[in-house]
Design a protein. Structure first.
Length: 216
């Protein structure tokens, strides 16, 4: 299964609410983007980071040759542009699409979504009819690129619009993912300084951090 899965990580956003590049924020001494790539390496060899207009130099210094770095061909100022770019770039038919601001990636959850996506346009976690998780999902790259281009032609920009044009998306109830992480931490985005401060505070107060400090 793993050899047929590609992984694309969207890191081209402007991080306006954060005020600094979210992909490069650190947790436990590692940049978010490195944490995500290292976890995804356990299930896929074809990994790309969509960096948008950003310089590739800093990303390359962090990631080495563990991921391809690609520009955003569409420049929509929306994740849909990075998704369309990735769908046209990746080597495999199925692509796991992830955000760069989720520092708790879960390869087992991604593998599960991959299995759910086989034979469908996508496997997308859903909380209810009005809330989906398009950036922790697995897509059929060919069908999804076609759907995104159809949305774009209709003047519709956004992940939800792309999904609305999919032939046969499979919606995966969020409860089925709790077996991999009961708290669903892999779906938590760090969008603001307040989010990041809370993340660092929780790590500082964690048992792991206390054990690590006491051993030094």
């Amino acid at each position: 299964m793993e050899s047929k899965l590609s992984v694309a990580i969207l890191a081209g956003g402007k991080s306006q609410r954060m005020g600094t590049d979210k992909a490069l924020l650190q947790y436990n001494g590692l940049p978010f983007i490195k944490i995500i790539v290292e976890e995804m390496k356990t299930i896929a060899s074809d990994i790309a980071v969509v960096v948008g207009k950003k310089s590739k130099t800093e990303f390359r210094a962090i990631l080495g040759d563990n991921a391809e770095l690609i520009a955003d061909d569409f420049e929509l100022d929306n994740p849909m542009g990075g998704m369309l770019t990735a769908f046209g770039w990746m080597k495999n038919l199925y692509v796991a699409m992830l955000a760069c601001d989720c520092p708790f990636p879960n390869s087992n959850a991604v593998k599960f979504l991959f299995a759910q996506a086989i034979g469908h346009s996508a496997a997308i976690p859903v909380w209810d009819e009005s809330k989906v998780e398009p950036l922790c999902a697995v897509y059929n790259a060919v069908e999804s690129r076609k759907a995104g281009l159809e949305a774009l032609k209709a003047g519709q920009i956004g992940c939800r619009h792309l999904i609305s044009h999919l032939r046969d998306p499979r919606y995966v109830d969020i409860s089925s993912l709790r077996v991999f992480d009961k708290d669903l931490a892999f779906l938590k985005n760090i969008n603001s300084k307040e989010d990041y401060d809370s993340l660092l505070k929780s790590f500082k107060n964690s048992a792991w951090c206390r054990r690590s400090s006491s051993s030094n």
